[in-house]
Design a protein around this ligand. Structure first.
Ligand code: ATP
Length: 452
């Protein structure tokens, strides 16, 4: 059974060093978290799995790593300056602020009915750029990674000679001044997104929307999420953003409820249409913002030698929500009988922060420690990820710790290892807790087969 309360995860994350509240020693910064020694590994592994599936394994996707600081014009013409807002209601009594769609006539904080009318609240972080804060030289911390994919569309096409269909993928930080950040790393003010903009011939959008929906569900299954804990929500037509033709949300059963993990939207020609020069020549189907400042035509030649502004299908997921989902799914409390139990994080092995722990049976024994170091250095060369040398010296505690952080294999070096030939070690499996002896000389092949 996966984690059922957020507290189980919050406590494990802090205790073992996955995720900490940002600025903890000063009381924290709300809606901002830091990834600790194990969290950074897990997050990097999840990002690598996405990049591999979305870029390396495909022949039709290129990558991008664009800046976080964003030119005001980009977010003006994208529509974010006008519309990226939530209607908010303030409580006049306790001064709390809430999303209008989250409250029901009374302040959820103090119960007062003395409330303001709903007012738009822009979610973007505005920031002065340059030495003079004259109110004119400003930009934004990007609220999504997608916009630079659209503004760099022409540069990518020109430098790679891509033809439709093709995509541009990007992973990076995004910032939203969420009014009520909550549910641990589910809704935060600084987070990471992994987004693909997949450009297609207009008219092929519905087909590609279905293809990407199936593709993304399968990817989440490969990350360990169970089908019965996921739901595909189809946004009803009347709730769609004005530019979207259709949208699926992949939802996951988080400890706080079934909520969005990834959105897969058919955004038509709205985004490239907003940013292109000469909009009037482009046969745009979307209702775009008039743009007199763009210097580039964002179109591409199709197979019939016609210039078209492609449609776009956008699978967009939150890395932090992904981390929360795979941890929720992997979290297991096991009853071992006779009053014993253990917590084990049954992460898929490609996501595990530490792949192999090398553990000395006795930590102060020089020969055993030297052998541990030697084995660790040799295993690192395999390129399987982090191999950690554990030197607590208490084998029971070491196993418990590595169960909790999801280390798939523990290798124990004991007196037999250094005293008998051929040299051998004990390998313990996280999930079955079974142990068996493997010759040190066979370890590289054993691990290569297991991990790669
Ligand atoms: P929500 O409705 O939950 O606010 P959204 O529909 O605004 O999300 P998108 O703009 O579609 O989200 O962003 C794509 C993905 O980015 C989401 O599916 C989610 O995983 C992630 N994401 C968006 N906002 C946040 C946030 N404040 N904290 C963490 N992840 C987020």
């Amino acid at each position: 059974m996966p984690a059922t309360t957020m507290d189980q995860l919050v406590s494990l994350c802090k205790r073992r060093g996955f995720i900490f509240q940002n600025a903890d020693i000063y009381g924290g910064l709300q809606g901002v978290y830091d990834y600790g020694p194990l969290g950074v590994e897990l997050k990097n592994n999840l990002k690598a799995a996405w990049w591999r599936a979305m870029v390396y394994e495909r022949d039709d996707v290129e990558g991008l790593d664009s800046a976080i600081l964003t030119n005001q014009k980009v977010l003006h013409y994208s529509g974010h300056e006008d519309t990226f807002s939530d209607p908010m209601i303030d409580c006049k009594k306790c001064k709390s602020r809430f999303r209008a769609d989250h409250i029901n006539g009374k302040c959820p904080n103090c119960g007062s009915a003395d409330l303001t009318e709903p007012r738009p609240f822009n979610l973007m972080f505005k920031t002065a750029i340059g030495p003079v804060d004259d109110g004119y030289s400003y930009g934004y911390l990007r609220p999504e990674t997608a916009q630079a994919i659209f503004t760099q569309f022409k540069n990518v096409v020109d430098s790679t000679s891509r033809k439709l269909p093709f995509g541009i993928a990007q992973i990076g930080k995004s910032f939203r001044n969420e009014i009520t950040p909550r549910n641990f790393i589910f809704r935060v003010r600084e987070f990471e997104q992994a987004e693909l903009e997949f450009f297609i011939e207009p008219g092929e959008d519905e087909k590609w929307h279905e293809i990407w929906k199936e593709n993304r569900i399968n990817w989440w299954l490969e990350q360990g999420l169970k089908k019965e804990h996921m739901n595909i929500y189809t946004t009803p037509k009347e709730d769609l953003a004005h530019y979207a033709k259709a949208c699926y949300d992949i939802e996951y059963q988080f400890p706080h409820g079934m909520e969005e993990l990834e959105g897969i939207a058919n955004r038509t020609d709205y985004d490239l249409g907003n940013h292109t020069k000469a909009q009037e020549e482009m046969n745009l189907t979307s209702h775009c913002h008039p743009n007199s400042e763009s210097t580039q035509k964002l179109c591409i030649m199709n197979d019939n030698n016609q210039w078209v502004v492609p449609f776009v299908i956008e699978p967009s997921m939150g890395i932090d929500r992904g981390v929360l989902a795979v941890m929720t799914e992997a979290y297991t409390e096991e009853d071992l009988g006779e009053g014993n139990s253990r917590i084990v994080l049954k992460l898929k092995k490609h996501l595990a922060p530490i792949k192999v722990a090398v553990i000395p049976l006795k930590k102060n024994n020089e020969q055993i420690m030297a052998k541990c170091h030697e084995i660790k250095q040799n295993l690192l060369k395999l390129g399987i990820g982090r191999v950690a040398l554990e030197n607590t010296g208490n084998i029971g505690k070491a196993y418990r710790r590595h169960d909790e952080i999801g280390t798939p294999l523990c290798i124990t070096v004991d007196f037999e290892t250094i005293e008998q030939q051929p040299e051998s070690v004990t390998i313990r499996d996280r999930d079955t807790m079974e142990q068996h002896r493997v010759n040190v000389a066979d370890l590289p092949n054993y691990l290569r087969e297991y991990f790669l």
